[in-house]
Design a protein around this ligand. Structure first.
Ligand SMILES: Nc1nc2c(ncn2[C@@H]2O[C@H](COP(=O)(O)OP(=O)(O)OP(=O)(O)O)[C@@H](O)[C@H]2O)c(=O)[nH]1
Ligand SMILES: [Mg+2]
Length: 235
């Protein structure tokens, strides 16, 4: 099989040494033209682990996943970017599949935790995080999407063309970057493709996504994206 000559695999890390140790052999770094890590200031050996394997590490001057998304786009030169977070949640087998969706014409490719055949990691039977995620996704579809329903507007496991990410001119610094990207792509009627993914448990370390602050940040994004929104469905 040919290497993905025009695609960069971007690893997003903030103290993910446990996940990296567990997943490394399954991450297809050699299949991509480049693999880079954007690191938010890890102190648990993540940086050393990556450096030992020859992975260039990009630093960010301000913390946050949103900043990390843009740092990667600014510092790379390939046509396509696949964002992967090696904390255990994301199945490395889907990395190349996301890139394939871009090659098939999608302008945003998302690994969905809520499509038919997907599995969401939450174990609590009430699944509060999943419900909030799905509610935010429903609102975004309702307000901004004129195309086929997007089942997971929030998952960070996704791929885009580099110029498209830059064109969206995103502003979010922290977690809801994905929500802003999805909303802006829907507003532009870009083709969005999803694949059903199986989400696993965190491999170790600590979650950086505290439910309440992150939930609040998503609502803020929704409100800032709202002006000019059309009620596209059933309006
Ligand atoms: N580069 C960078 N990566 C980050 C930053 N914050 C979080 N990450 C990474 O983004 C990924 C997702 O963060 P998580 O804390 O796992 O968020 P989550 O998946 O919603 O939460 P869990 O269900 O607890 O795993 C992980 O790989 C983190 O290391 C940051 O500021 N900079
Ligand atoms: Mg995670």
């Amino acid at each position: 099989m040919q290497q993905r000559r025009d695609s960069t695999l971007v690893l997003l890390t903030l103290n993910e040494i446990d996940g990296l140790r567990l997943l490394w052999d399954d991450i297809p770094v050699d299949r991509f033209a480049r693999t880079v890590a954007v690191d938010g200031g890890s102190t648990d050996g993540t940086r050393e682990f990556l450096a030992q394997r020859g992975i260039p590490i990009l630093d960010q001057s301000i913390p946050g996943r949103g900043v990390a998304f843009r740092v990667a786009a600014d510092a790379t030169d390939t046509d396509r970017l696949v964002y992967y977070s090696p904390d255990g949640n994301e199945d490395p087998a889907d990395i190349e599949r996301l890139d394939d969706l871009l090659l098939g014409g999608a302008r945003l490719a998302i690994a969905s935790r809520f499509a038919r055949g997907s599995v969401n990691e939450e174990q609590d039977s009430f699944r509060p995080r999943a419900r909030v995620n799905q509610a935010l996704t429903w609102i975004a579809n309702r307000l901004f999407n004129g195309g086929p329903y997007v089942t997971d507007t929030i998952n960070g496991f996704r791929a885009m063309r580099r110029v498209d990410l830059l064109e969206l001119d995103t502003s979010v610094k922290r977690f809801p970057i994905e929500y802003q990207i999805s909303i802006r792509a829907m507003r532009r009627s870009w083709p969005i493709a999803e694949l059903a993914t199986v989400e696993n448990q965190r491999a170790g370390g600590e979650s950086k996504a505290l439910s309440w602050p992150v939930g609040k940040d998503h609502i803020k994004v929704l409100l800032t994206e709202l002006p000019g929104a059309r009620l596209l469905r059933g309006a």
